[in-house]
Every structure is written in structure tokens, then in C-alpha cells.
Design a protein around this ligand. Structure first.
Ligand code: DOR
Length: 433
């Protein structure tokens, strides 16, 4: 197995408190040494990482790989290629596939396919309810035993509080989180964007922020009641941030994530009627963005998650009201946040990396991920923080070619990704081992 000595990179490893120009040696798929001026050992391939940032591989606790069943949108190979290009070495895929991942046999099938097709580590979410129908609890225990790492009906809110209670109780027996897509179904009804001045002006039906706040309140109360771990997916409203902050202060087991698009885009973009901006929960306003950034800074929000949700181009290429929600997110996530928040001095690179590595690992108690400890997994990423590029979805590896950041100028890009001591991505190209 190849050995690597990566020299002179700016190593940022928040879990280990490292932020300095250092070398890192990789051997046998593990981190063999981290330090200043490490000498090459026999068989080492030396890489000069001067000017580059070396980070633990990113962890995305929310994505959609569309396999099984919707391979025209994405599959395990294209999805994980896209993840590798974005610097993600572990990703958690959601259950809203066809069939829905709601039985142990489907989890087992996925695990088998992941072994042959995936370029990065893929963890599996099982559905909370059978068929995501919100009527009957799925086989939570069996799926946990088959290897599911979380449970979620993402895409839908579990409207029946009794079922959500049972899911939290059941999942807590396996120390696993239940991920909530928190939007009250009745309040959002058939809304297609954030409810506010822009929706009124455009004559489009709105999804009020209160729908999210109300849904989050129930989840927090159920987590307190059951002692289970609820994780709030794609937080997008100021009210939700306030509620989660308060719940954490009370010691309730709640964690939360926020996406790059909710941090960097507003509802006003929809004045173009471009369906690339259609997503659930919807893009909101600056007031919400300010609260989300505050939530990241004070620890209310634990992680950045992409909600990578690719759709085939022709599905998105239609009238705004008819288009499906979501878009690809792996390949733009780091660059968008680096360009919009770090380069503008609203945030710093160390904190951004923390929320893409140690933060998600801690939220889901994935102790072996999100750090570059000696003896630990050699999952890492090299980033060129000065690289300028323009987002062009057709140059991306995902099948989801609809992207709300199309044409935007970026500063900073992932240039190499290593999983298990092997390079899987370098300068726009996938490396199959
Ligand atoms: O916009 C979204 N798309 N939000 C979700 O929660 C689900 C996702 C999808 O699966 O397309």
C-alpha cells in the first residue's frame, strides 16, 4: 500500500487543536505521524503542500444519493464522485429512495452496493415510517442491526407526534439519532417558497418560517420527554435557532445542521423564477441568515450539511411551481462558504472546517471520523484557499446539473481527497483504486 508524506501544508485539525504549518505521514491507511519537519521514510511518496490547507476529510450528515431507484438523478458512483470532489470522505445518505430504505434487507443491499460502487464512506439512514407515509413505524431495530446510522423521513415531517415519540424511544435504544425535516405540513401546504414580501409580489404560495418553528418546538419537547436524540435537519429560520439554543441550554439532546444555501442565498433570487433556487425548507431573508450565522458561532448549530439533492436537468427545467425541490451541493459547499463567509470576514476558516469535520462527527458520535489523530483513519482533504473558479454545473461530477450558484465566482477549492489512505480525487478527476 502506498505511503505518503504531505509536507509544509497548513494543517487545520480542530478536533486536535492543530492550526499550523506541519507535515503529515500516511501509512497502511492510517495517520502515521503529524509534526514539524518530518523526514521521509523508505517508500514514502512526498507531496509538497506549500500554500495548501490540509484538513480532515469533510463529513456530510445529510445528502441524497437517489440509489436505489432514481439513478437518472444520481447513483452511488456519481454521487460519491461528486462528494469526493467536494472534499467529503464520509456522507450520510437519506432514505427517500425508491424503494424507500425502510427494511433491514434494503439497508443490507445498500451496504453491499456501497462496497462495490462508492468512492467515499457512505452511511445509511433508515426511514422513520414505512414508505415515508407517516402511518406506521418502520423496522427501526432491524435496520439499526443491519447498520443504519440514523433514522429520518427527510423530505417530509412526521406529522403524527405519537410516531415521532416512538421513533425517538426506539432509536435511543441503539444510541442513534432521529433526523427531523421540521416543517409543519398543514402550514406549508402547497407553498413553493418562503412566505414574505417576495412571495406576495411574485404571487407564489408561501411556506412561513413559523411552520419550521412550530415543528422544531414539538421535536424538542418530544426529545425532552423521551430522552432520545433529535437532530434538526437544514435549519433555516431565526425562530428555530432560538428554540434549539434554549433547548441545548436546558440539556435536551438536540443537535442541528445548516446548509450552505440557507447561509448564503435569499428568497429574492426567486424573482428570476429560476427553479434552481427551489428547495425545502425554502431560501429565506437576510434576517434569518444573520441568526443562522450567529447560531453557528455560538454552537447552537453543530454542523454544515449539504442536503445534496440532485434532480435530472429536464425535471428542474420547467415552471417554478412544477419543479422538484433541491439541487446538488457537494461540489460547491466548501467554496461557497469560504467565498461568502470567510473571504468577507464574517467567519473564519478554522471554524468553517470545524463545522465540516469535528462538528458533524461529534453531533452523531462518530468518534473515528473528523480528525487526523495518529493511528486514526487517513481521510483527508487538500484545499487551495486562493484558487479562483466559476461555478459551472456541467463541469461537475454529479448528475444533478441544476445549481443555484451557477456563474458565481468562488475563491478556494478542494484539490485532492484521500479516503482510507488512498487518493480518490485530484484536480477535477476521480481516481479509482
Ligand atoms: O429540497 C429538498 N429536496 N428538500 C428535502 O428535504 C428533500 C430533497 C429531495 O429529496 O429532493
Amino acid at each position: 500500500m502506498a505511503q505518503w508524506l504531505i509536507k509544509n501544508g497548513h494543517l487545520i485539525d480542530p478536533a486536535n487543536g492543530l492550526d499550523d504549518v506541519m507535515d503529515i505521514r500516511i501509512a497502511n491507511g492510517k495517520v502515521a505521524a503529524v509534526g514539524k519537519s518530518l523526514g521521509a521514510e523508505m517508500g514514502d511518496d512526498v507531496i509538497d503542500a506549500s500554500g495548501l490547507v490540509v484538513s480532515p476529510g469533510f463529513i456530510d450528515i445529510h445528502c441524497h444519493l437517489r440509489e436505489p431507484g432514481q439513478e437518472a438523478k444520481e447513483d452511488l458512483l456519481t454521487g460519491t464522485a461528486s462528494a469526493a470532489a467536494g472534499g467529503f470522505t464520509t456522507i450520510l445518505t437519506m432514505a427517500n429512495t425508491r424503494p424507500v430504505i425502510d427494511q433491514a434487507i434494503i439497508v443490507a443491499g445498500m451496504k453491499y452496493k456501497i462496497q462495490t460502487d462508492a468512492l467515499v464512506r457512505v452511511e445509511i439512514t433508515g426511514a422513520v415510517t414505512k414508505g415515508l407515509e407517516g402511518k406506521e413505524l418502520s423496522e427501526i431495530g432491524d435496520m439499526a442491526q443491519a447498520g443504519a446510522r440514523a433514522f429520518s423521513d427527510d423530505g417530509y415531517y412526521v406529522n403524527d407526534g405519537r410516531l415521532m415519540r416512538a421513533a425517538l424511544e426506539y432509536a435511543s435504544m441503539f444510541n442513534l439519532p432521529v433526523i427531523s425535516h421540521s416543517e409543519d405540513c398543514c402550514l406549508v401546504a402547497d407553498g413553493v417558497m418562503h412566505e414574505g414580501c417576495v412571495s406576495a409580489k411574485l404571487g407564489l404560495k408561501g411556506r412561513p418560517a413559523e411552520a419550521e418553528n412550530i415543528a422544531v418546538s414539538r421535536e424538542i419537547m418530544l426529545a425532552e420527554m423521551t430522552g432520545g436524540h433529535v437532530h434538526i435537519a437544514h435549519v433555516s429560520s431565526k425562530g428555530a435557532v432560538d428554540l434549539i439554543r434554549e433547548a441545548k441550554a436546558k440539556g435536551i439532546k438536540v443537535t442541528a445542521e445548516v446548509t450552505p444555501h440557507h447561509l448564503c442565498l435569499v428568497d429574492k433570487t426567486i424573482e428570476s423564477f429560476d427553479s434552481a433556487f427551489k428547495v425545502n425548507p425554502p431560501l429565506r431573508t437576510n434576517e434569518h441568515i444573520v441568526a443562522l450565522i450567529e447560531g453557528l458561532k455560538d454552537g447552537t448549530l453543530d454542523a454544515i450539511a449539504t442536503d445534496h439533492a440532485p434532480h435530472a436537468y429536464e425535471e428542474k427545467d420547467c415552471e417554478f411551481n412544477e419543479a422538484p425541490c433541491g439541487f446538488a451541493g457537494f461540489e460547491t459547499a466548501f467554496s461557497v462558504l469560504h467565498s461568502c463567509l470567510v473571504k468577507t470576514e464574517q467567519w473564519n476558516l478554522q471554524a468553517l472546517i470545524q463545522k465540516m469535520t469535528a462538528g458533524p462527527a461529534a453531533a452523531f458520535d462518530w468518534k473515528d471520523r473528523g480528525h487526523l489523530s495518529v493511528g486514526g483513519l487517513a481521510d483527508l482533504v487538500l484545499i487551495d484557499p486562493k484558487k479562483e473558479w466559476i461555478v459551472d454545473p456541467h463541469a461537475m461530477l454529479t448528475r444533478g446539473k441544476s445549481c443555484p450558484f451557477t456563474g458565481m465566482e468562488m475563491v478556494g477549492q478542494v484539490v485532492r481527497t484521500m479516503v482510507d489512505g488512498k487518493w480518490v480525487y485530484q484536480d477535477g478527476k476521480i481516481i479509482r483504486n
